[in-house]
Design a protein around this ligand. Structure first.
Ligand code: PMP
Ligand code: GLN
Length: 389
């Protein structure tokens, strides 16, 4: 992507997701790169969308989102996390979680203020902070023992910190916020004005019976926090781009000041379909089954490559599994992920797109049909054989 000499985002190109998806199309490769499911959405949701279109829901939705859908979102946070958000003033629906995360950063970060982010991090946060004129302060997500590093995060926070960005389940690493971590952060932030932006778009997708962790469930943090979710992830409808933010009214009022001009309102018939579908038993069953569904997908993939040179730590949650290619290749610059798209028909995301990983690693999206996962396993096995040494 080319820009002007006076670009506000110099050095920023097309996202790795766009690049790898294009490469996959160009070479007819399986696309386990960009994080989207190839599983269909629940049938009742598709029917509800058809009905909404036929019922004539074609004009703007309200700026904050349809009231019935906001009601469901607030109820969802109350049931799952014991949180109490006001439907009118503490919940906003946007064009995916992305639009609201972006709006929140623009609305709340002043020029020169620090925003602390754990790295590797989802690629949206840094340019959003940069456009707001904020100063990004990166800390390593992991300590030397490979655990989420609470100490590093706390040490990075000080009177100058406007915002801390959290993401659990984590993209790209597939880890989740460990028990006690939020208590530690809450203690660190006590008495400060620091805000927390908690990106929980993969929220309920946690593997092996782990509990779902949410800032919304942490009373010592909720008053300073905005929490973000995405129907794209929960219902296999990433292309609908409908997400939400919940948080205290004064913060939400600021987010809406940006949201009302950059998006204003989104996908009226799709919101109507969600509003109709989500209270059904089919929806309840689907949401309750998400953790198991994706846990089985992860297991299927790992089982298929367990006797190869690929190394891995099983993902703890989310859409992604990371594989370590250090027994196959030396090079750590992401070149191989691009090469394998061409030579072995499998597109993945090289982790070096997010940070400098200690070893060559790739990220695979596991939100796929079993047949897609099996085909990916075949490709991975061929890659392992061809790089045997
Ligand atoms: N946060 C994270 C961590 C993501 O992985 C994604 C994209 N998949 C988003 C936010 C954006 O979600 P949405 O598609 O709802 O905008
Ligand atoms: N969140 C998706 C991922 O991590 C990508 C979304 C996008 O392409 N912007 O793969």
């Amino acid at each position: 992507m080319q820009g002007t000499a006076d670009s506000k985002l110099p050095g920023l190109g097309t996202t790795i997701f766009t690049e790898m998806s294009s490469l996959a199309v160009e070479h007819g490769a399986l696309n386990l790169a960009q994080g989207f499911p190839d599983l269909p959405p629940p049938p009742g949701l598709v029917t509800a969308a058809e009905q909404a279109l036929r019922a004539g829901v074609h004009q703007y939705a309200p700026m904050a989102g349809r009231a019935g859908l906001r009601q469901w979102i607030c109820h969802h946070h109350a049931r799952r996390h014991g949180a109490s958000y006001d439907v009118d003033n503490e919940c906003t629906i946007g064009a995916g979680a992305s639009s609201l995360i972006f709006a929140a950063i623009q609305a709340l970060v002043h020029r020169g203020q620090e925003v602390v982010v754990q790295t590797p991090a989802y690629d949206l946060y840094a340019p959003a902070v940069q456009l707001a004129g904020g100063a990004l302060k990166e800390v390593h997500l992991f300590n030397e023992s490979g655990q989420w590093d609470l100490q590093a995060l706390c040490q990075a926070c000080g009177p100058q910190t406007r915002m801390v960005i959290l993401n659990t389940p984590h993209n790209p690493t597939g880890t989740i916020c460990p028990p006690g971590f939020l208590d530690g952060l809450a203690a660190q932030l006590e008495g400060t004005e620091t805000l927390v932006l908690s990106d929980e778009v993969y929220g309920p997708i946690v593997h092996d019976g782990r509990p779902e962790t949410s800032v919304a469930a942490h009373p010592a943090l909720t008053a300073r926090s905005l929490v973000f979710g995405s129907f794209g992830k929960l219902l296999q409808i990433t292309g609908w781009k409908i997400g939400w933010a919940v948080g205290p009214a004064p913060l939400m009022a600021e987010v809406r000041k940006v949201h009302q001009y950059d998006v204003f309102s989104t996908g009226a018939p799709l919101q109507a379909a969600l509003e109709q579908f989500l209270p059904t038993a089919e929806a309840e069953d689907h949401l309750n089954g998400l953790a198991d569904l994706y846990g089985r997908k992860r297991d299927r993939l790992l089982q298929g490559i367990r006797d190869t040179a690929w190394r891995f730590t099983p993902a703890e949650g989310g859409f992604f599994q990371v594989l370590d290619a250090s027994a196959l290749i030396d090079n750590n610059d992401g070149k191989w992920a691009r090469t394998w798209t061409r030579t072995h028909g499998l597109a993945t995301i090289p982790l070096d797109a997010f940070f400098t990983p200690p070893r060559p690693m790739i990220r695979l999206c596991i939100a796929k049909e079993d047949a897609t996962i099996d085909a990916a396993i075949e490709c991975l096995r061929h890659i392992a054989v061809d790089h045997a040494r």
